[in-house]
Design a protein around this ligand. Structure first.
Ligand SMILES: *Cc1c(COP(=O)(O)O)cnc(C)c1O
Length: 237
């Protein structure tokens, strides 16, 4: 696809999603500025990240470690430095050190072992890594990651006690085929419980291409939108 054509297609996707976010904010009685868009660029090349940056995108999300690491390394420094890179995929503790080196925010912290590995890596780099706790809203252990809701308070305490981690909030994916509005309402309650003890944990990352309206209505502060902007991906491995 010619460069201009791809840029036009991405601009169209962004425009459509922006319209959906504005309409959802209006329905929810929320200011548009309350909701941040993270464009999920997994499966798409660094060239698309550069195009999106030129179109005003400030936040990208990636969910596969090797792909993300290579893609971020390919970005010109002026683009990289201008972006916030969110890691949103499942994380092995042995990869945690490397993720800290290219991701500004790790949204998928769901166990003590990963949290400890991230803290050590951030200490080694002398940075404070921003993290979200991922919650499993399905409760069926379907392999999409996430902590059980009842484990959240202890995980939040552990992040708060980690010198090189900053607890910023919670993240979840709506259960497949479920009622996403009900799931996001539940996430909102869990987020409020975490925030009661950790006032800085203000982010609620929820909502994707298919359910972003429900997320906005339930109080999400961050949406992670991929296919509605970049087009459909090859099937997930
Ligand atoms: C892929 C992905 C998204 C984006 O999904 P789309 O349906 O393409 O918008 C959001 N969150 C996570 C965790 C993902 O893996």
């Amino acid at each position: 696809m010619a460069d201009d054509e791809r840029t036009r297609s991405l601009a169209h996707g962004l425009h459509t999603v922006e319209g959906r976010i504005q309409a959802a904010c209006a329905r929810a009685g929320r200011p548009r500025d309350d909701v941040h868009l993270i464009v999920v660029t997994k499966f798409f090349p660094a060239a698309d990240v550069i195009r999106l940056h030129r179109l005003g995108v400030t936040d990208i999300g990636e969910n596969r470690h090797q792909e993300a690491s290579a893609k971020v390394a390919e970005l010109p420094p002026a683009v990289r430095d201008d972006l916030t890179v969110h890691f949103i995929g499942q994380l092995q503790s042995n990869k945690a050190a490397h993720v800290v080196s290219y991701a500004d925010v790790v949204q998928s912290v769901d166990r003590i072992k990963v949290l400890r590995a991230l803290d050590r890596a951030a200490a080694a780099e002398d940075v404070v890594e921003t993290v979200l706790l991922q919650v499993d809203l399905a409760g069926d252990d379907a392999g999409r990651g996430g902590a059980r809701p009842r484990d959240l308070p202890a995980l939040a305490e552990a992040v708060a006690a980690a010198e090189h981690l900053q607890l910023q909030g919670v993240m979840a994916v709506a259960p497949l085929g479920g009622d996403s509005r009900a799931a996001f309402d539940r996430l909102r309650v869990l987020a409020d419980e975490v925030r009661a003890n950790h006032p800085a944990a203000t982010w609620i990352s929820a909502g994707m291409s298919g359910d972003l309206e429900d997320a906005v209505l339930a109080g999400a502060t961050h949406l992670r939108v991929g296919s509605a902007i970049l087009g459909s991906r090859p099937p997930q491995r």
